[in-house]
Design a protein around this ligand. Structure first.
Ligand code: GLY
Ligand code: MN
Ligand code: MN
Length: 464
């Protein structure tokens, strides 16, 4: 946790931005995976964590945006709870640790919210993403779960995203610590990779490193020789001579900040020339995007830098023909990289995406989203100092996508489909690091580099 004054200042600034009504910020509850007392690893809601600091289940924060009075709701442990889970600070202790004025039992929450509603006050909440939170909000607000999304607070949504997007010095320091976990995870994967070993064994060691140095993974580890499957969680493969292994994994630091990196490397420790050619194009796209990143740049401009480098590289291999400008304008980069170049990183591995573009159509708030230009929609996202985002270009050979576009006559004269047949079983390559936008450009998060050049990768793979 950070110091008390940081949480006090954040809540004060949130009140200033929202201006009126009550701000209701539910923390997460424990989530059972097969019976109530056998729960998944607890993960606090990131917005609750940002304003109230505690990674403890079943707490709710409420802030009166007009008076600034804040309240933490929750129930103190009973002796029964202590028998099973050990002693726990009281709700008042939790409140005091983060400078919250009031501490109340959970039973008071419904009374207080209903009183505010009866007085005609607005109750601001973010779009909920967990079933338990939806049910709680539905009960508290008297709104059926299917209508909760329609009644979310845009004022709160923009205020939270704008605040969370700009990382302070202490948040950058926490991200630097999360990098160290990512470094351990990825170098573990490289060292353990060798022909004949299962993907499962390496994936387990990668996740173990996340638990050894932090609280665990920041998302389900992607580790596969089928790198062309973007979010491949199948680890059943046996490492095969001549294949590439893609590892996309990140760890979470004790105070909730995360890392997200990808490396792709040869199972047998030595790239073939064909693999090296594609790898070095992806590496150049990664480096070019980082070098181009400037404060004030639109996200789409940043992304386009990588797309152009990829098209130039593929042209040099005769996989793309004609001018790079024409190929770019036709959208041909999508065939090879059917995902964006990056996303925000912070307390969430896709920072604020629960309140952002994945959660609803921005057409309904287009003007406001353009004016805000924050991370909630990549289309109108302006990258400013303090923004942390990933830089993750890739080149993938997805047979189904190649066949679809070829049969539709798409990119005719631009994509060399004949030559592309030689790459159908290539797989995919992605390289990913996390960048912070500075006053003059950008800086990679981390005190060192996870091996990324061909030479450095070949030097570590298989070196147990
Ligand atoms: N969590 C996968 C990625 O965005 O890199
Ligand atoms: Mn990733
Ligand atoms: Mn990522």
């Amino acid at each position: 946790m950070f110091s008390t004054d940081i949480y006090v200042a954040r809540r004060k600034e949130l009140c200033r931005r929202v201006g009126k009504g009550l701000i209701l910020l539910p923390g997460n509850v424990e989530s059972p995976f097969n019976y109530p007392n056998n729960t998944y690893h607890f993960r606090q809601d990131s917005t609750f964590l940002y304003y109230f600091g505690h990674s403890v289940p079943s707490l709710v924060g409420v802030i009166d945006a007009e008076t600034g009075v804040d309240t933490l709701y929750g129930d103190d442990f009973t002796v029964d709870d202590i028998i099973w889970m050990g002693p726990q600070p009281t709700i008042r202790d939790f409140a005091e640790q983060v400078g919250v004025a009031e501490a109340k039992p959970m039973a008071s929450l419904a009374t207080d919210i209903q009183r505010a509603i009866a007085l005609g006050r607005e109750v601001h909440y973010l779009p909920p993403y967990r079933g338990e939170t939806k049910l709680m909000l539905s009960d508290l607000l008297g709104v059926v779960p299917s209508m909760l999304h329609a009644r979310k607070s845009l004022d709160l949504l923009f205020a939270v995203a704008e605040m969370r997007e700009k990382k302070s010095a202490e948040e950058i320091a926490a991200l630097e610590e999360a990098f160290e976990i990512g470094y351990q995870m990825h170098t573990t994967a490289m060292r353990l990779t060798r022909v004949g070993r299962t993907e499962h064994e390496v994936a387990g060691a990668v996740d173990g490193a996340a638990l050894r140095y932090g609280t665990g993974v920041s998302f389900t580890t992607i580790l596969s020789q089928h790198g062309e499957v973007l979010h491949n969680h199948d680890h059943s493969g046996i490492m095969t001579d001549g294949r590439l292994l893609l590892c996309d994994a990140g760890g979470e630091h004790l105070n909730g900040y995360v890392s997200d990196h990808t490396r792709t490397f040869p199972v047998n420790g030595k790239f073939t020339q064909k693999q090296k050619d594609i790898y070095n194009i992806v590496l150049k796209a990664h480096d070019d995007a980082a070098a181009a990143l400037r404060p004030g740049m639109m996200y789409m401009e940043y992304s386009d830098v990588a797309s152009r480098t990829i098209l130039e590289g593929l042209k040099s291999l005769d996989l793309v023909r004609g001018s790079v400008d024409d190929a770019f304008a036709a959208g041909a980069a999508y065939l090879f990289m059917p995902h964006g170049l990056g996303h925000g990183i912070g307390l969430d591995v896709h920072d604020c995406e629960n309140i952002g573009e994945r959660s609803f159509s921005f057409a309904e708030v287009e003007e406001r989203a353009k004016a805000s230009a924050c991370c909630i929609t990549r289309q109108w996202w302006r990258l400013m100092p303090g923004t942390v985002l990933s830089d993750e270009p890739g080149i993938y050979f997805v047979p189904a996508l190649i066949d679809k576009f070829e049969s539709e006559g798409k990119f005719k004269g631009i994509v060399n489909y004949d030559k592309l047949r030689e790459y159908r079983d290539f797989g995919g390559i992605r390289l990913e690091d996390d960048l912070v936008v500075t006053e003059t450009g950008s800086k990679q998060i981390g005190s060192k580099q996870i091996p990324i050049t061909v030479e450095d990768v070949e030097a570590i793979v298989g070196q147990e």
